[in-house]
Design a binder for this molecule. Structure first.
Ligand SMILES: [Zn+2]
Length: 419
């Protein structure tokens, strides 16, 4: 089998990414170990000594697990492309399904499913070994398998027609297919943002309107006061799978809704829940969702432009041991596999932007509550209950964290409202 310059570039990029991730993980673990005996000043009150020790063990275990998983995934990616396992696999299914348009789309789906198989033991172990060891897991093997089957089915039901449509655009508009495909994907995404809470989420979780009562009244009053007009707050049975807790809002326009995990409601006081809700509303009122949609739309446009260009380059196919006669389906597949090697280095940019949004939402919540205590209290409890790392290495959090650290968030809030 021939080795090509493109495979050299691929291998170098893969190695660089692995080295960067391993180095950041090592820095992070070193920092956590350096503070393993006692939490530093400023976060000492967040957890008692026993919980803190447990959070250190959890952080270290998760980090080691993630590192092995990263090496394992990289080894498989290298096997598919570097060792050349992918071309025979692809051609086997291409021979079976034929060159018709629905056939080509089916090949991509099946190849994608086969390539996902090696990752399954890891997601099983993450839930039933790692999470279970620290008391977070509430899922069962049956529920886990059901989730997997449902998730795959939903992916195919939505993805297969979309893929057919993209391939049809290619035949219909060979020059400009990528603009059409991009536009179709954007419309599809908008529809999904609006409909997913009603159509997809209920397949996996039970969403029930928060029952009438003092808490509901209090939260709706806050929503009204902060300019977020909504009639319902949904409670999601997150406790079905895990004791981790969360809150988010989905949809837009009249489809928007606030979702609180039942675990969150169990963990926080009503004032703290108000503060979390105010933070979520802050994201909405500061226009973070449309901003993110616009930026991700622009990124997809660039992505499609790059695919369209790569699909016309012989070396892109032959470099990965395919042939340019394999055509666009293979270009799509290869792009999906290697794009992350480049976009990985852009993660910090995305995270800087996301952290900026978090600060803005915190400031909004602070103004709405008129007091630092509820949001700080909520954040501290969430860190305690989720055994979050209180001492991440600055380089690690800079690269990987979509939220500022607890210390950073508290400092920013205290700067706004001096005690
Ligand atoms: Zn947020």
């Amino acid at each position: 089998m021939t080795w090509t310059p493109l495979l050299t570039a691929f291998t170098v990029l893969l190695a660089l990414q692995l080295l960067a991730e391993t180095w950041l993980d090592a820095l992070n673990r070193k920092n956590v170990r350096a503070h393993a005996n006692a939490a530093p000043e400023g976060v000492r009150e967040v957890m008692d000594a026993e919980t803190y020790a447990k959070s250190v063990r959890y952080t270290l275990a998760k980090s080691v697990f993630g590192e092995w998983q990263g090496w394992y995934d990289a080894a498989w990616l290298f096997a598919w492309l570097g060792l050349g396992l992918l071309p025979p696999l692809y051609h086997f299914f291409a021979g079976a399904f034929g060159a018709s348009l629905p056939g080509q789309a089916a090949v991509l789906c099946v190849v994608g499913l086969v390539m996902a198989l090696p990752g399954l033991p890891w997601s099983w172990a993450a839930q039933f070994k790692l999470e279970a060891k620290f008391g977070f897991n509430k899922s069962t093997l049956k529920l886990w398998v059901t989730d997997l089957v449902k998730g795959t089915a939903v992916g195919l039901v939505l993805g297969y027609p979309l893929l057919c449509l993209v391939l049809w655009f290619v035949r219909w508009q060979p020059q400009w297919w990528w603009l059409w495909a991009w536009a179709a994907l954007m419309i599809f995404q908008l529809v999904m943002v609006a409909l997913a809470p009603r159509l997809i989420m209920p397949l996996f979780n039970k969403l029930t309107p928060m029952p009438e009562g003092e808490l509901r009244e209090q939260l709706l009053t806050l929503a009204e006061r902060t300019g977020f007009h909504c009639s319902a707050i949904d409670v999601m049975d997150g406790s079905k799978r895990s004791t981790h807790s969360n809150a988010f809002f989905t949809g837009f326009g009249r489809f928007r809704r606030i979702v609180l995990f039942d675990t969150l409601i169990a963990q926080l006081s009503s004032k703290e829940l108000e503060a979390v809700l105010a933070h979520e509303i802050g994201h909405y009122r500061r226009g973070h969702v449309p901003k993110m949609l616009v930026v991700s739309a622009l990124m997809s446009l660039v992505g499609f432009g790059v695919i369209a260009w790569l699909a016309q380059q012989d070396w892109f196919y032959t470099g990965f041991r395919f042939s340019s006669s394999d055509g666009l389906p293979v270009a799509l597949l290869l792009f999906a596999l290697v794009a992350e090697l480049v976009t990985f280095w852009l993660h910090p940019l995305g995270n800087i932007w996301s952290r900026k949004h978090e600060y803005e939402a915190d400031a909004f919540a602070l103004a709405a509550m008129g007091d630092v205590a509820p949001l700080v209290g909520a954040l501290r409890k969430l860190h305690e209950k989720n055994l979050s790392n209180l001492t991440p290495h600055p380089a690690y959090s800079f690269f990987h964290y979509s939220h500022p650290t607890l210390v950073e968030r508290e400092a920013a809030m205290r700067a706004l409202v001096p005690a």
